[in-house]
Write a new protein. Structure first.
Length: 494
């Protein structure tokens, strides 16, 4: 009877290894890599007629030594399988070690996880309807809470929680981890910048664990929760490590939770394609503002859409005072705007004089988009530029780059009153950078302007003239006029 060391040494040599030393080294490294616990614990018992289980010290039939009948107390077994089989020449943890290894893994996860400082982040302490939020934002918060609870009960596939800073993503992710650990399911919660720092630290000569060991723990974690994906320093090394980690888990269909405040367009193409796979990934968008700032009343909000909730297609009035040609123009604009709201692709430009209904149509489109759970940002161009300039103030709560990215990467953007901004070189450059990025990314965008297109910045006008990506509606109408009520003047009695 061969012991496991003998089995591995005799089976470790193959014809390819003898003829090609480099290939032999690769095969040896692959054989020595530990098999994931999830694979080892689910191995079927080998049938005597098809495979031969050989391990040191296996007792003979009828012999009772008090040791494991499979591995003889060694803790590992080796399967007699033909060359080329994934288990050929590999040491596999015995079933008797599964519970011990699972307990050790849970303990390592608890000791290494930042959950100890997030003890209060549980489903019971989360406000599923937010605090004084508009209906669309409250619905998005409750849906995220419900999907997170469902994942914690049955962790399958990937759950991506996306939203702005402080909207509750980390709270829900930590709540999932707490619930899983309470049920005995090993769930590894880690902040992405911390993860990369830990991997870098393993290259230090005095590191307690090697890079391979730490990366294997992350890769094979039964449930992995990555907080703040996209907050890391985007070096080529960091991008490659994250892609390797997530690509492995994607191919293995391992349960994974990701929180991010970025849109999918911000990720590199390889990772973005994984995150866009609806067969595995569910993306839940949280529209709420920062809870830590006390909700929407804590300060000025760049997004005007909550103030324009009454501007819908249903409240868009017909105008009987218009000529037949003007009424046809208005109805065609309404038809195109409705169609765009149902399928927002490319750009839509609403041009026309002040008071012709451009802002109402743009807000109606944005309200339809927001009702489907897609974050819609409605901003006036002069307000946007003031908001960006304020980022340079020493007391600004956000750096300029972060503010600019919030607008540039918005899933759906409405720019109201383009052309009314102060035409400084800085303003022209910022607007061009914003619009050029969204043009190249084909990001859904609605623009309203009372300025003739040929009078805009030449670079922006060139983008707006591209009929393959941009639809222009010209509202050739007089301004709305609200008739004044007449009151009869009566002379006071003498």
């Amino acid at each position: 009877m061969k012991r496991i060391g003998d089995v591995l040494s005799t089976r470790g040599k193959s014809s390819s290894a003898e003829g090609n030393p480099e290939e032999g080294r690769r095969e040896e490294a692959a054989r020595n890599e530990p098999l994931p616990l999830s694979d080892a614990s689910s191995l079927p018992s080998p049938a005597p007629e098809s495979t031969d289980l050989t391990a040191g010290g296996i007792p003979q039939a009828g012999e009772d030594t008090g040791t494991c009948p499979h591995c003889g107390g060694l803790g590992y077994v080796s399967y007699d399988v033909p060359p080329g089989h994934p288990l050929f020449g590999r040491a596999v943890p015995c079933v008797c070690q599964a519970e011990r290894q699972a307990a050790e893994l849970r303990q390592r996860i608890r000791s290494a996880s930042p959950l100890r400082v997030l003890q209060d982040k549980r489903f019971e302490t989360f406000l599923p309807d937010g605090l004084g939020l508009p209906p669309d934002q409250a619905r998005s918060v409750r849906r995220a809470w419900e999907r997170a609870r469902a994942f914690a009960e049955r962790p399958e596939g990937w759950l991506v929680l996306r939203g702005g800073t402080g909207c509750g993503k980390t709270h829900l992710a930590a709540a999932i981890a707490h619930r899983l650990l309470e049920r005995g399911v090993p769930a590894l919660f880690i902040n992405v910048p911390d993860l990369l720092d830990e991997l870098r630290a393993t290259f230090h000569p005095e590191a307690e664990s090697s890079y391979e060991e730490r990366f294997w723990e992350l890769r094979e974690a039964p449930v992995l929760i990555l907080d703040d994906l996209g907050a890391q320093q985007s070096t080529p090394w960091a991008q490659e490590k994250l892609f390797q980690l997530l690509d492995w888990r994607y191919n293995a269909r391992l349960p994974t939770v990701i929180t991010t405040n970025l849109s999918l367009e911000a990720f590199e193409p390889r990772l973005r394609s994984r995150l866009q796979d609806p067969r595995l990934v569910e993306i839940v968008v949280i529209l709420a503002p920062d809870f830590r700032r006390g909700g929407p009343s804590a300060g000025p909000d760049l997004n005007l859409l909550p103030l324009l909730r009454e501007m819908t297609f249903e409240t868009f009035r017909d105008r009987p005072e218009l000529s037949p040609r003007e009424r046809d123009n208005l109805r065609e604009a309404l038809r195109i705007a409705r169609a765009y709201a149902e399928d927002p692709h490319g750009w839509l430009v609403l041009a026309g004089p002040y008071g012709s209904g451009k802002t109402h149509l743009a807000a109606a489109i944005a309200n339809v988009v927001a009702s489907r759970g897609i974050p819609a940002l409605f901003v006036g161009v002069p307000d946007l530029l003031d908001w960006l300039r304020a980022a340079f103030h020493p007391r600004s709560d956000q750096p300029y780059d972060q503010r600019f990215d919030e607008v540039k990467l918005a899933p759906f953007l409405v720019l109201d009153d383009l052309g009314t901004e102060s035409a400084t070189p800085w303003a022209r450059e910022k607007l061009y950078q914003l619009l050029n990025y969204r043009y190249l990314a084909s990001a859904p965008t609605v623009i309203t302007t009372a300025t003739p297109l040929e009078q805009l910045d030449a670079r922006i006008a060139a983008r707006l003239s591209d009929e393959t990506r941009v639809t222009v509606i010209t509202l050739d109408l007089p301004p709305y006029r609200t008739p004044l009520r007449r009151r009869e003047f009566r002379r006071p009695a003498s």
